[in-house]
Design a binder for this molecule. Structure first.
Ligand SMILES: *[C@@H]1O[C@H](CO)[C@@H](O)[C@H](O)[C@H]1NC(C)=O
Ligand SMILES: *[C@@H]1O[C@H](CO)[C@@H](O)[C@H](O)[C@H]1NC(C)=O
Ligand SMILES: *[C@@H]1O[C@H](CO)[C@@H](O)[C@H](O)[C@H]1NC(C)=O
Length: 554
């Protein structure tokens, strides 16, 4: 494709336009470049140029046009297709989160296989000629369960997450000692394609504002990745957040979406980073979805216009998201804005590359903008993914949950006078059943209730195996019940995803308080942590063994 680069602007500044410079200045510049090349021990370098407000890649002014993709939200067989479509959209770079809790499911137990094979993903980006901006957290937000922090951190209930709390730092350090040595060979300086690494994420939005914590992370990242790699932070444009989220030694970048005056927004970055490249690390192409609300929608024209404004300034940009994907299994997060708001399974994000992997009108609008600033790769955009009509799938009932507790909870229940949280019984995700007996006859309706913020997040109530209704976090907190002494009361508690953003990130699950009958706490509970996923696997005996689907294509 023939592309006009007439409006090509990169890192505007005196050094950027040699034609306008005096010959002496040009000679000086060349001399400085030669000297800096000689001084540099490695031919591959990626640095900040504080004079020309640029990045320098191998000593040459550079700015990136990047897009976010999360390997954990894309099935591994689709990685190549999505990355290729990003490349063909004109992106030079992809920005990638590493969700800690996806790799260290239990303390000291690591998984980097299959869809968790981060290095295979990095190799694929390199093969397709893409650079990588890595965001290894340890906290990532990302609308991911608990912002990427492992739920097992809450086994110590008073832990202060994202702070200098020694218990938190010990867990972080042992994780970083596993993760970062895998990353180091992929750094640009070492022959790989990772040009920069983000430390924490939007830390300024967290109430703790603990510089000791950021300083500790800086030390660990430096110790494990070396002194050359470019480390940076990302925060919103709010002055308060830039104050708490930035640190000497970490290059400060910002994030904002379309629809505002880009020059004014970048002034926020200039207040904390007076020189160096302008960077928007999260330019929002769309937005996340909450259960019960409409699908997010951001107009393609708006996104394209804002992108053009950013590129016109010579800034570097990462589009968040370029391809959103799917929150598989229990990995969706939640927000807390006046009330608990769980994130949907889909993470389509109204992104340029849809959840199904299809190029959208927004993708082509973005590609058109990019083509005004740099050449697009030669060749066609790969097509939308093929779709199949599977027809209706009839779901058959195999068993009543209450009849198969021995299968779902082979180790048997835990006895406790009063309810225990998921974390107290070391169940990270999914469902826990709480069972007790009515202490007396209740001929007239009595009130079953739980205090505010104690049902996390949903409790399905059964009495004598009959469904009574649902208690819900920030929703209905009482039910009227009748029954006889000794009748079994069951409450099936569902974890709908831990909060990923804000002050309430220590989001305990299950029954966090007492359940009362006419204000008297019920006691003598049996607590069944349910292993729903393992129970569905082929080795499972009994009624839950999956049957072959009739008509499954061979
Ligand atoms: C954006 O703000 C700058 C500085 O305040 C101003 O000079 C410029 O005209 C504004 N641009 C638009 C499109 O409003
Ligand atoms: C956090 O949750 C508590 C209840 O557990 C609530 O009182 C408080 O307002 C929440 N804080 C924020 C910042 O949402
Ligand atoms: C539950 O009730 C018992 C008895 O009143 C009380 O000792 C206990 O602290 C309560 N638990 C919670 C979490 O409020």
């Amino acid at each position: 494709m023939v592309v006009s680069t007439s409006s090509f602007v990169l890192c505007p500044g005196p050094a950027e336009h040699p034609a306008r410079m005096g010959l002496l200045a040009l000679a000086l510049l060349l001399a400085v470049r030669l000297l800096s090349t000689q001084a540099s021990p490695s031919p591959r370098s990626f640095q900040v140029d504080y004079e020309r407000n640029c990045f320098l890649k191998d000593g040459v002014p550079f700015r990136y046009i990047s897009g976010s993709i999360h390997y954990a939200r894309v099935p591994r067989p689709a990685w190549r297709d999505r990355l290729l479509k990003m490349h063909m959209s004109g992106l030079s770079t992809v920005q990638v989160y590493v969700p800690w809790n996806y790799h260290e499911m239990l303390p000291g137990v690591y998984d980097f296989t299959g869809n968790r094979d981060l290095e295979a993903f990095l190799d694929l980006t390199a093969e397709l000629g893409l650079l990588v901006i890595l965001r290894p957290g340890p906290y990532i937000c990302a609308e991911w369960e608990m912002g990427g922090l492992p739920a097992w951190l809450l086994w110590k209930p008073d832990i202060i997450l994202r702070s200098s709390d020694p218990a938190y730092l010990a867990a972080v350090d042992s994780w970083l000692h596993v993760l970062l040595p895998k990353i180091k060979p992929h750094l640009y300086q070492h022959g790989g394609n990772i040009i920069s690494v983000q430390v924490e994420n939007e830390y300024g939005s967290y109430y703790a504002c603990d510089y000791g914590y950021l300083r500790h992370l800086l030390g660990s990242f430096r110790a494990l990745l070396g002194s050359e790699v470019l480390l940076f932070t990302t925060d919103s444009t709010r002055a308060e957040e830039l104050r708490c989220g930035t640190l000497q030694g970490l290059y400060a970048t910002i994030d904002f979406g379309p629809g505002s005056n880009v020059t004014e927004l970048f002034d926020a970055q200039r207040r904390v980073e007076p020189k160096g490249p302008l960077v928007n690390s999260e330019y929002y192409t769309g937005w996340l979805d909450y259960w019960g609300e409409a699908h997010a929608s951001t107009s393609a024209a708006w996104v394209a216009q804002g992108l053009e404004d950013i590129l016109q300034l010579g800034a570097s940009v990462n589009m968040y998201m370029f391809h959103g994907g799917t929150n598989f299994a229990y990995w969706s997060g939640a927000d807390y804005k006046d009330q608990y708001k769980p994130v949907t399974t889909s993470y389509d994000y109204d992104a340029p590359l849809s959840e199904a992997g299809d190029p959208t009108e927004k993708l082509f609008a973005i590609r058109m903008v990019i083509s005004k600033f740099q050449p697009l790769p030669v060749g066609p955009m790969p097509p939308a993914t093929p779709k199949y009509a599977y027809g209706w799938v009839a779901l058959r009932k195999y068993a009543d949950l209450l009849d198969v507790l021995d299968v779902l909870c082979p180790s048997g229940p835990i006895q406790s006078q009063f309810p225990l949280t998921f974390e107290a019984i070391k169940q990270a995700h999914g469902f826990v059943l709480y069972r007790t007996q009515l202490p007396r006859d209740i001929p007239d309706p009595a009130t079953l209730s739980a205090p505010p913020h104690s049902i996390c997040d949903r409790g399905y109530v059964m009495l004598h195996k009959e469904y009574q209704g649902m208690l819900e976090r920030d929703g209905q907190m009482t039910l009227r019940v009748t029954g006889k002494a000794g009748d079994t009361l069951d409450m099936l508690l569902e974890n709908m995803g831990r909060i990923s953003f804000g002050a309430n990130v220590s989001d305990f699950k299950g029954l966090l308080g007492n359940v009362s009958l006419d204000s008297i706490p019920l006691n003598n509970w049996l607590i069944y942590p349910l292993a729903i996923d393992t129970a569905g696997q082929p080795s499972t005996p009994g009624p839950l063994r999956p049957l072959a689907l009739p008509g499954t294509p061979s």
